[in-house]
Design a protein around this ligand. Structure first.
Ligand code: GTP
Ligand code: MG
Length: 225
């Protein structure tokens, strides 16, 4: 079973190298692919210097399309997706994510950011975290029309939940990320955050994902200590 890490990254120069190093140190990861479409900073250069294979795409895509390009560029059996803007992420966090998957205890295994007292709740909400390992067939099972921007993680959840497959979730202790407010400033940052939040909330309302699968998802979910 081979696992490659796929890191979608656009303008993540401050953090991408640390994320690549964490992925490279993960026991289960063979190769690290960073997919950059249209960064105006030196994200690609820093990723390559840290040891990643960099895939550059034309600007104008989305996170989902970057993930798709990463999956297409590898022949690995499974893909560990990792966002390039994580803070405090270590190889040990990624090992913890991969272990239940590699042991066959879960078809999807993921880590959530550390939200302190909110962790028990966050662990049982539909997960939108970018740090997760899945077999490549799960990604390839997504209908092309559902490959869209920031809603991709919820669509992955649906592929897993509709087949009653097991998910394993844990908190990545001490891990957070540079938020859109950090990247774009308060006004534009909040605008973009609300836009993303609204896109997620509307998914079941628009019929893109089925709310009833959430129950399947919870039934097949193991929360790891
Ligand atoms: N290649 C590529 N990467 C992207 C694109 N959009 C987002 N990403 C990357 O996907 C990861 C997650 O994106 P963020 O914008 O941080 O989204 P988020 O973490 O879900 O949202 P926030 O909570 O607001 O930070 C980061 O590594 C981004 O650089 C894109 O259009 N192309
Ligand atoms: Mg982020």
């Amino acid at each position: 079973m081979t696992i490659d890490a796929v890191v979608p990254a656009r303008n993540e120069a401050p953090t991408v190298a640390d994320v690549v190093m964490a992925c490279r140190g993960c026991t289960y990861v063979r190769e690290v692919l960073v997919v950059d479409d249209g960064s105006s900073d030196d994200t690609s250069e820093r990723a390559a210097a840290a040891g990643a294979k960099v895939i550059r795409l034309d600007p104008g895509g989305s996170k989902a399309h970057a993930m798709e390009a990463g999956v297409a560029a590898t022949d690995a059996d499974a893909v560990l997706f990792v966002d390039a803007d994580c803070l405090g992420l270590t190889s040990a966090h990624l090992d913890d994510i991969c272990a239940p998957f590699a042991d066959g205890r879960a078809v999807m295994s993921l880590g959530t950011f550390d939200y302190g007292i909110w962790n028990p709740l966050v662990l049982r909400m539909p997960h939108t975290t970018g740090e997760r390992v899945i077999p490549r067939w799960v990604f390839e099972a997504i209908p092309p029309e559902k490959l869209d921007g920031y809603t991709i993680e919820t669509v992955i959840n649906e592929v897993v939940a509709s087949r009653h497959l097991k998910t394993s979730a844990r908190v990545m202790k001490g891990v957070s990320h540079r938020t859109k407010r950090d990247k774009f400033g308060l006004v534009k940052g909040w605008q973009l955050t609300w836009k993303m939040f609204w896109a997620l909330v509307r998914l079941p309302l628009r019929g893109v994902v089925r709310g009833r699968y959430y129950l399947n998802y919870l039934r097949s979910l193991t929360v790891e200590k």
